[in-house]
Design a protein around this ligand. Structure first.
Ligand code: HEC
Length: 104
């Protein structure tokens, strides 16, 4: 019994280690096929900070909206608690419309 408990502790340790590594180096998480960061572009860092806090980037990356619709989505997210300053609002909406617009 003692032996089994030790093995389980080791296994749990390995799992925790792997998830910490995944958090620090998301690109090293081989089994994650979905994007974990927004693609480069003006406003990328701001979108990453504001829009990757609560859900995976993939939830955003799967949409194709124009600027007006992205503005409505960002408004909704602010209602849910997303932190988007007035100064960043246009930058993020423009970035999203350019990166995930109807033409892409
Ligand atoms: C405070 C947490 C939070 C932050 C930050 C946040 N979201 Fe969300 N987002 C949610 C929740 C919760 C849902 C699921 C909402 C639902 O389905 O009712 C969601 C869902 C979505 C969806 C899917 C909606 C759908 O109809 O399928 C999109 C797109 C989205 N968010 C975009 C964004 C963008 C863009 C940002 C950055 C401005 C952002 N989110 C930041 C909480 C957040």
């Amino acid at each position: 019994m003692g032996k089994l408990t030790n093995r389980m502790a080791l296994y749990a340790g390995a799992l925790i280690g792997a998830s910490v590594a995944g958090a620090l180096f998301p690109q090293a998480t081989l089994w994650a096929q979905a994007p974990t960061t927004f693609p480069a572009g003006d406003g990328q860092a701001k979108a990453q900070a504001a829009c990757a806090a609560c859900h995976p980037v993939a939830i955003v990356a799967g949409k194709r909206y124009d600027a007006q619709k992205w503005g409505a989505v960002v408004d909704q997210m602010i209602d849910k608690g997303a932190k988007v300053s007035d100064a960043d609002y246009d930058i993020i909406v423009t970035y999203l419309a350019k990166t995930y617009g109807p033409a892409n």
